[in-house]
Design a binder for this molecule. Structure first.
Ligand code: SF4
Ligand code: SF4
Length: 311
């Protein structure tokens, strides 16, 4: 479950899923509502919570939220653009055990507004990631503040377009999550093996350059790849999937949506996580198959790739 603790953000990424929710009037979740979310997760034996926004670190009580969740035995997976204050970096470095992990959305350097890329790089250089002896077993070294980078691939993807990420290796980048830009109409990806070919080249480039690549987020349509591509992905990607499984996003006002791209479908948090996930899972059965009708993978593997606009 993702908790959107704020809709505020100071970036304007082209690939942002937020749409009209970004910087809207709902803004920040209250501490009381955050506690309700944590209690609901614990009642379902879930011990990691994804915090995001907008830009989650713009929430003025973020540290209180993290300390509270940690005091309840939970670990925090934080999704961030890394444009945050020195104070938060100090907190994260000193309390690395609370995070699992920090996921850093990266953008092409030229896409940042004035001063933001320098801010990003300054923060990257301040992350204390270097492995340290484990408290339980001092002979074992483990990464201190665990973080990995993420990129969102769109129709304009090029093989060498993300090479700037190799510059982040000295700051501890060893894992990269890739996902497709779901704001692009899905018809552009279906059966588009030319794009699949570039995507596979990007994956190989990072793997060969010593960076572990995993698929992070929504599924990628199987039909984007030839059999040869699929063989490469099976050995070069740590995780890969071709389906759609809703993240379940709780908004700051406690409305719940299946994912950002399906914001028109809403449930109430008060109905409880079990009812919400049961209701959302029924949506998969109402998919208009459109261009996937003849695909042998439909439902079995792909489940319609992106259901946005189809239910
Ligand atoms: S169901 Fe088949 S044709 Fe449709 S997106 Fe998935 S793999 Fe492609
Ligand atoms: S409908 Fe499914 S695949 Fe599409 S954006 Fe939402 S979770 Fe991802």
């Amino acid at each position: 479950m993702n908790i959107i603790i704020t809709t505020r953000c100071h970036k304007l990424c082209d690939f942002c899923f937020m749409g009209d929710l970004r910087n809207n009037a709902i803004t920040d979740m209250t501490f009381e509502d955050f506690k309700k979310c944590i209690a609901e997760l614990i009642s379902h034996n879930i011990w990691t919570v994804n915090l995001l926004g907008g830009e989650a670190t713009l929430h003025p009580q973020l540290i209180d939220f993290i300390e509270y969740a940690s005091s309840q035995g939970m670990r925090i997976a934080l999704i961030t653009n890394l444009l945050y204050s020195d104070g938060f970096i100090d907190f994260a470095n000193q309390n690395s055990y609370m995070f699992e992990p920090i996921m850093v959305n990266t953008d092409i350097p030229g896409n940042y507004q004035k001063g933001h890329y320098e801010w990003f790089m300054k923060n990257l250089s301040r992350i204390d990631w270097k492995p340290k002896p484990s408290e339980k077993n001092p002979k074992k070294m483990k990464p201190h503040l665990n973080w990995f980078g993420r990129i969102t691939l769109g129709l304009d993807m090029k093989e060498d377009m993300y090479d700037y990420l190799f510059d982040y290796k000295p700051y501890g980048l060893d894992t990269l999550g890739i996902s497709l830009d779901m704001t692009v109409p899905r018809k552009h990806f279906i059966n588009n093996t030319a794009l699949g070919d570039i995507l596979v080249k990007i994956v190989r480039r990072f793997k060969d350059g010593g960076i572990t690549v995993l698929q992070d987020g929504c599924g990628m349509p199987l039909c984007m790849f030839t059999d040869e591509h699929r063989k490469i992905l099976a050995t070069h990607l740590r995780y890969v999937n071709s389906g759609c499984s809703f993240a379940v996003d709780v908004l700051p006002n406690l409305e719940v949506i299946p994912c950002m791209m399906l914001q028109h479908i809403r449930a109430r948090f008060e109905d409880g996580l079990k009812k919400i996930t049961d209701d959302f899972s029924k949506l998969h059965k109402n998919v208009d198959a459109q261009e996937c009708t003849d695909c042998p993978h439909f439902y079995k593997i792909c489940a319609g790739f992106c259901l946005n606009g189809r239910i």
